[in-house]
Design a binder for this molecule. Structure first.
Ligand SMILES: *Cc1c(COP(=O)(O)O)cnc(C)c1O
Length: 471
């Protein structure tokens, strides 16, 4: 399997070549040359595989340049009960009104990002050893991504993580989760400023190409193809469990921000998995909902991006969306580029009168909706009253939107992207209940913390990297 750029300006590359890269050299995103096809007979044969075995079967189609025995060792090392808490790895639990909840948040940082990031940590270590390289991951986080990256990369050979976070702006739990890590390859930097300041520092360092290459700076953001392909696996796994008979349709509802999670569902569907609907759920930041309802894609300015109680979906533009639009325009890089030129010129593009937009639902299964703070509170309360379980705010957005699209006889699987404990304040507001802290995290806020403070200064972060890499 080779990968191309969505904008046409990259010679075909293998999986392990794009694994450590961000954007393609022409500013596009890496996309597979074609989607591998999975037959009905294969689906039948996969029904009783363990998660790790299934991950191998799915990923061998994408990572064709990794020897199969190595890939198998990597997936079985990653998807274990020790890491995800159950043998099933991603259990399904019943909800009501035709819905089920897919538990994706039982990994070390209690959010679905662990599903892919844990594999990425092992893949990076493997690939870096194979090519005899080191990598210094530089990132900015306001919570979930940074901790998922740190828990995936801690102790991994050849990798260091420099993670910038806004001092005093995350919850005490989030701070403790990251800053209590004592691994020598993990560096937490608390920046005096906001998340945007942290992100600007990362951007400035990455734009210094000489520094970037000398100090082997990389990222693990949501456009990473390794992450996307790892996320495809749980659509297969849950389909095989939820479908009454293999071949029957199943719908999925996905709390969405950067469009990485639901893109993986789209890929599973393109591979032949009988997915009926892909329900894109947003919060008040409804860039994606607007597109799927109207055909207009209009990323927002930061000043127009709301801070909400489902903060991991507070995005102004959906960085993986380009990969879906590439398929929508018939995988034609020129057509894709024309749209992105319009986007650059006008701040939006409009496909409302375009025959291809009419296929968004009929051919690709996409539908959408959005949710407000009041909707979240109501949904969290209702789920608690009817099932006795607490769901997090992002999952609540998806439950709210999913209900509009439930059809008789078609299971609706709602993806649980975080546990309630990560957003305890809103859960308490909704239900009066304080969500239980999992045993592994009891007392975490009292552990010693390893973090350095810093001004929002590009020079200072560069100097810090130089000092700590020994390169
Ligand atoms: C990252 C995240 C999302 C959004 O996922 P995308 O792949 O960016 O669409 C939703 N919920 C939670 C809890 C997250 O951490």
């Amino acid at each position: 399997m080779k990968y191309l750029s969505s904008r046409g300006g990259m010679s075909p590359q293998g999986f392990s070549e794009i694994l450590l890269e961000g954007l393609a050299p022409d500013g596009g995103l890496a996309v597979p040359e074609q989607y591998p096809q999975v037959s009905h007979a294969q689906l039948q044969a996969w029904k009783n595989l363990s998660y790790a075995e299934l991950a191998f079967e799915v990923l061998r189609n994408f990572a064709t340049d990794i020897p199969e025995a190595d890939l198998k060792a990597l997936t079985s090392k990653t998807y274990t009960k020790a890491v995800y808490g159950t043998d099933e790895i991603t259990p399904l639990r019943p909800l009501f009104d035709g819905m089920q909840v897919l538990e994706l948040s039982n990994g070390p940082t209690l959010a679905f990002k662990d599903m892919a990031m844990q594999l990425l940590g092992n893949l990076f270590e493997y690939q870096l050893a194979r090519v005899g390289q080191e990598l210094n991951i530089l990132g900015a986080t306001s919570g979930d991504t940074g901790s998922a990256a740190e828990y995936a990369m801690r102790g991994k050979k050849g990798v260091r993580v420099f993670m910038l976070s806004p001092a005093g702006k995350m919850s005490a739990f989030q701070r403790a989760q990251m800053y209590s890590l004592q691994d020598p390859n993990i560096f937490n930097v608390a920046v005096e400023g906001l998340f945007d300041d942290c992100q600007d520092m990362v951007k400035a360092v990455s734009e210094d190409l000489e520094f970037k290459s000398r100090y082997k700076i990389g990222t693990v953001n949501s456009i990473n193809w390794g992450r996307i392909s790892a996320q495809v696996v749980y659509y297969f796994k849950s389909y095989l469990k939820a479908a009454p008979t293999i071949g029957d349709p199943v719908s999925f509802a996905v709390p969405s921000g950067n469009f990485g999670n639901v893109l993986a569902g789209h890929i599973a569907r393109q591979m032949g998995l009988p997915i009926r609907r892909l329900v894109v759920a947003t919060n008040e930041n409804n860039v994606l909902d607007e597109f799927f309802r109207t055909g207009v894609y209009r990323p927002r300015a930061s000043a127009e991006t709301y801070i909400t109680s489902s903060p991991s979906m507070d995005i102004s533009k959906a960085s993986n969306f380009e990969r879906f639009v590439y398929d929508l325009v018939g995988r034609d890089p020129q057509a894709l580029k024309a749209l992105w030129d319009t986007l650059k010129r006008d701040g939006q593009f409009d496909l409302s009168g375009d025959a291809r937009f009419a296929e968004v639902e009929s051919r690709y299964g996409f539908v959408s909706g959005s949710s407000s703070h009041a909707n979240r509170l109501e949904t969290i309360r209702e789920v608690y009253e009817r099932t006795g379980t607490l769901i997090d705010t992002h999952t609540a957005d998806a439950v709210k939107v999913a209900r509009q699209y439930v059809e008789p006889g078609v299971p609706m699987v709602v993806l649980e992207t975080a546990l309630a404990v990560k957003f305890a304040e809103t859960i308490e507001e909704a239900t009066g209940q304080i969500p239980p802290v999992p045993a592994a995290y009891a007392g975490i806020e009292k552990l010693p913390q390893r973090v350095v403070g810093m001004k929002a200064s590009v020079a200072e972060i560069k100097q810090f990297i130089v000092q700590n890499t020994g390169l």
